[in-house]
Structures are given as C-alpha cells and as structure tokens.
Write a protein that binds this ligand. Structure first.
Ligand code: TYD
Ligand code: MG
Length: 458
C-alpha cells in the first residue's frame, strides 16, 4: 500500500505547497491554503492511466492517424444556445463545469438540458442541494417530460458512482460539486480536499464509462468557482453563467473548452417557463433610451462567433478624493486606467481630479479591445456633458501611442450596426470599407484625436 502524501493547496488558484504558509505566493491570497491528501507518486500514475487499476499497466503508443474520430462523438442537446457554447453539442465522456452566482439558473438550465435529451439518452440528475420533491416540482412547473428522467438525492460520491455504474447514464448532472464528499476522506464536505477528490473521481468515471458529466459549481464574490479553482484544470470545459439580477437575460460563456472555441456566448432569457433561447441576441443589450444621453454610446462587440450590440455608459464626476475612483462593471479596470492615460497624453484631456465609472449595460462582460474607443468616447461625452448624436456606434482598439488599431471582423461589425439602423459609425481606418455603404456615415479614424474631433460638433 503506497503511503499518502500531504500537500497544501490554495483554494483560489490551485497552487500546491509542501508546507503550510499564511499567504499563497502564487496569487497573493491570504489564508486560502488547506491540507490535501494525495495518493503517493506511484499510486497516482497508475490511477491516472485507468479506472480502479483495471488494465492500467499496458500503455500503448498509437499513431494519431489510426485514432478514429468517432472517439469524439457529439450529441446535439437540442437547446441551440447551449450546443453552441459547448462547441457544437455534448461530447461523450466529457466533463463540463457550469459556474455562476446562486439563483442565476444553473439548475434550471441543466434540468432542461436533461429533458431535451431524455428521449435519446439515459440521464441521471444528482442533487445535493435540493430535495427530490423540489427538483420534481420545478421540472413539472417547467412542463418537462418527467417519466424519462432519473434523479438521485445524495452527496456521497462513492454511492453516486456505484449507482451510476449500475444504471449507466449517458449524461450525469452533479448539482453541485461543492456538496459532494468522499466518505473515505476525513475533511469536511465543501473543503478543497473534498471538492477536488470528488471531481477527480467523477472525471475518471466519465473518461472510463463515456458518460458526459456536468458539474455545477458556485461562484465566489471574486468571480472564481468557489474553493477550488483547481477544478478548472481538471475538466474539459468551463462555462460561466453571467447576467444582472435585474435583467431577465442570461449569458453563458465558454471560458475554457477542449472541444470548441472559447469566449463563445449563448444567450437565454429567464421566464416563467424556465430559460428560453435567444437565438438572435444582437440588440438586447441596448438600454432602449431614445433620448440622447451624455456618457452613453453603443459598440459592436464580437464575442464568440456573433456580433453583438452593447451599450457602454460612463459617468465622469468631480472627485472629492485624493485618489479619484476608476470603477468598471463588465470591463477590465486596468484597461480603463490605461485608456485614461492615453486620453491625457494624446488627447490632451486630463481627468486626474475626476471619478470615472464605466458600465456595460445588461450585465454582460466585454473582454475584447474593440471596447477601447467606445469607452473613451463615452467618458469624454460624460466629461463634457454633451451627448453623442443618436444612432452612433463605435468600435476600435486604442494603442498607447494614441493610434486606433483595427479589430477582427470589422466589416461584419459595420454590417451589423447598419442592420440595426445605426447611421453614424466611428471605426478604425484599417477596418473601414473603401466605399462606404449608402445612407450611413462611416467615420474612419487613425488617431484618437480624429475620433475626439468627430464628436466635438455633436
Ligand atoms: P436556479 O436554476 O435554481 O439557479 P441556480 O441553480 O443557479 O442557483 O434558478 C433559480 C432562479 O430562477 C430563481 O430566482 C427563480 C428563477 N426562475 C424563473 O424565473 N423561472 C423559472 O421557470 C424557474 C425554474 C426559475
Ligand atoms: Mg441550483
């Protein structure tokens, strides 16, 4: 019997240490290290190559060309937006982590997904948070076909895997991974050790049996999956649910995907019959304000494979503080600080005594640099307290030299803006078509000052 090794693992970033320490040197978080028992080195490698040691010693080198593609068998779930985020359907034997704030709709989405495949696949929904009665009544209220769906209320990972080996589901949902525990470990349910070990066993089970596994994970205030960020490394795909509590729209984003594109978005609307797909979401993130408002501009972002119109709002106000605030919602904060420096250096506009707040409407997160130019124009518009003309759209990356850089798929963004009735488009010169389409004004800019000038007469 191999001796167990102990290690100390950071619950935030997953870094491993041989000794306990107060601060994680990797991510600088305090008091996040907890003790984890690992199988010994020898035991670990045997474990890694197979399930419960069966046939684990015969490693075979194979020519890649000889590996058939059928290994990556996909099933369309039938919920188009979910299939899209998964990269074109659910892959056999894959493990997908679905993260998001409590109450955002993780359980709802997954029970709907199970119902959608229940006519073709055996399903098992394991709940560690709600009673079977609650699960059934939700499914009934959603009008889902109950007779083809199996559920289990349990939190012991050993028993769950035994049950699964008997009933052999094709799709297994674990709601949530934080409630699961391995009976043979001493630490408490919800601890890093437990979550990590439970997930590891489920991953092994998925690979061995070919069953696709969804793990539900709660998200901490900081935005990571609670406790073990380590989970992100173990699973094949990580999907995050985003959305504002006040809005009925929900965005599912692929954060990692071994079987598809990352940053692909799926859009849903939460209604009284659960989550409904929004297959054509391009205009839902506009505030719908028909009066010109200072500090507001629409941008065309292209997260995933679709262009999306989103409204960016800025508020610039005289600051009482020695260190004025720079606050962003849905954008990266450091990027805003950088953009404000560019605005000062190359636009001659100083905001060092002003608080600057920037928000992306609808609770969506924009990660691409095409937001640079619209953010600066919104900031400027609020600072001057002068609205941009209605029906104006902007996109473009701003460089440290004050240049406006092109962004991918510029023409597609332009077409999308025109399609939604925008008449004035401020965009990078390198992206602009040589002959602008009739009826719209394309303002192609190479330098930040040109963009500022274009908004001066507003
Ligand atoms: P839920 O799926 O339980 O969230 P999670 O599993 O991520 O914690 O979603 C619960 C929320 O969704 C709750 O606030 C009520 C709302 N909801 C609806 O608006 N309509 C519905 O049909 C359902 C099932 C839930
Ligand atoms: Mg839930």
């Amino acid at each position: 019997m191999a001796k167990a090794r102990t290690a100390y693992v950071c619950g935030d970033c997953g870094a491993e240490y041989s000794k306990w320490q107060g601060q994680c040197t990797q991510c600088q978080a305090w008091s996040t290290l907890s003790e984890v028992r690992l199988a010994s080195k020898a035991g670990k490698s045997a474990e890694r190559s197979g399930f419960a040691g069966k046939g684990s010693s015969d490693a075979v080198v194979t020519a890649l060309a000889a590996v058939s593609e059928a290994e990556e068998l996909r099933t369309q779930i039938g919920i188009g937006e979910l299939d899209r985020v998964l990269g074109g359907g659910l892959v056999r034997g894959s493990v997908v982590l679905v993260g998001g704030d409590p109450g955002i709709g993780k359980s709802t989405l997954l029970i709907q997904a199970l119902a959608a495949v229940s006519d073709r696949m055996r399903t098992l929904y394991v709940t560690g948070e709600e009673s079977l009665g609650q699960v059934a009544s939700r499914a009934r209220r959603l009008g889902l076909p109950l007779n083809a769906m199996q559920a289990l209320a349990d939190t012991g990972i050993g028993r769950i895997l035994e049950t699964s080996l008997e009933s052999r589901p094709d799709v297994l949902v674990i709601d949530s991974i934080q409630t699961m525990y391995a009976q043979d470990l001493e630490s408490a349910p919800g601890s890093v050790t437990q979550v990590r070990e439970s997930a590891a066993r489920l991953v092994r089970y998925a690979k061995e049996s070919g069953c696709a596994v969804f793990l539900v994970g709660h998200v901490t205030k900081e935005g990571g999956i609670a406790g073990p960020r380590v989970l992100e490394h173990m699973v094949d795909a990580v999907l995050y649910f985003e959305g504002e509590s006040g809005s009925r729209f929900r965005v599912l984003r692929a954060f990692k995907n071994r079987f598809g594109a990352v940053n692909e978005l799926g859009v849903f609307a939460m209604g009284d019959r659960g989550l409904k797909e929004v297959p054509n979401p391009s205009a839902i993130f506009l505030s719908g304000n028909e009066n010109p408002t200072p500090g507001s501009i629409v941008m065309v972002t292209r997260e995933g494979t679709r262009p999306l119109l989103v409204e960016v709002q800025a508020l610039v106000d005289q600051s009482p503080l020695a260190n004025p605030r720079r606050v962003t919602l849905g954008l990266e904060q450091n990027r805003l600080a950088m953009l404000l420096a560019v605005l000062h250096k190359h636009g001659g506009i100083a905001l060092y005594d002003q608080d600057v707040f920037v928000n992306v409407v609808g609770g969506i997160r924009v990660q691409e640099t095409a937001a640079d130019l619209p953010v600066l124009l919104a900031v400027l518009s609020s600072f001057r307290n002068r609205p941009l003309p209605l029906r104006t759209v902007a996109f473009g990356e701003v460089g440290l030299g004050g240049e406006i850089r092109p962004v991918p798929n510029g023409e597609e963004r332009l077409r999308e803006a025109i399609h939604h009735g925008f008449k004035r488009i401020i965009m990078p010169k390198a992206n602009a078509p040589r002959k602008p389409p009739a009826g719209v004004e394309v303002i192609a800019v190479e330098r930040l000052v040109e963009a500022i000038d274009a908004c001066r007469d507003a």
